[in-house]
Design a binder for this molecule. Sequence first.
Ligand SMILES: [Zn+2]
Length: 326
Amino acid sequence: MAYRARLCLGLLAVAAAPVAAQEALSGWDKAVPPQPAPRVYLLVDMEGMGSAVKSQEVIAGNEGPAYRDRTGPDYWEHYREMLTAETNAAIRGAREAGARSFVVNEGHGGNRFANLLPWALDQEAILIRGYPRPMVMSTGIDSTFSSMMMLAMHASPARRGVMAHSYAFTDFTVNGTALNEVGINALVAGEGGVPVSLVSGDDELEHEVRALLGDRVVYVRVKVALGSAAAITYSPTEVQRMLREGAREAMRRTRAGELKPFTLEKPYRVEFSLRRSYADSLVQRIDEVVTEWGGEKTGARSYRYSTSDARRLAWMIDRIEGVVLP
Ligand SMILES: [Zn+2]
């Protein structure tokens, strides 16, 4: 529970000075440079990578006061290296099945969304990193991508997955369907016609992914959860082999047209509740964000919001994340 109380966002809470509205907008008008097709978008989180079972392994220690001294050289430094190797393995597999270009997006808040090693990452990939930036888990996604792969993802708090959580929420539904971080970002991609071809993480997330995205998405189960801080794991070499093979199959299915973008009926009727651990002062500030966005409060920590634009929804989540930072 201590972990959940502290590691408060979907992406791990990152301390930041209050972001001026102007700054929060910066980057919305920018696009990732063109690349040859087929092009793959890789969203890389960290909790769901092979071997990782506790927060020290995914925190750099510089994210804010709550994270100080919560890591060490045996932890995050080593895991970021393995995360980079996992990403490279997926790129390699996709390339073997015909993918020609890659954009990698840092979706995990450790070291303020800069976990991968640029010099060790596949040198043909474009890398998006740093914070704050718009739609932090899906920055730059658009209809030019053939598919989205999501690596090292984690289950929602509804399941006993390793480091399970979902942004700042205890529950989050769109049109009555519970969406975890995979689901929310699949919706953003799906709106641009981009299907999710592969997800990696533990067996608890696998249940959620199958329920949401169906049986055609390739799922790479890199560990079996034994609760929120323990797992049965494979060696890093074996995980990389599985990811390479999985990405090859995911790309094959993409090119064969076997995958459908994840969509929900518009307008999206969004309902969500904030974690009970948040102080009332934070809740008040989130009230303001939701109101500013045109949403309404339905309970002490519950809200309702309607939109026909998933990017706008992702943007509101960004703003909520900005508030709950320690
Ligand atoms: Zn994360």
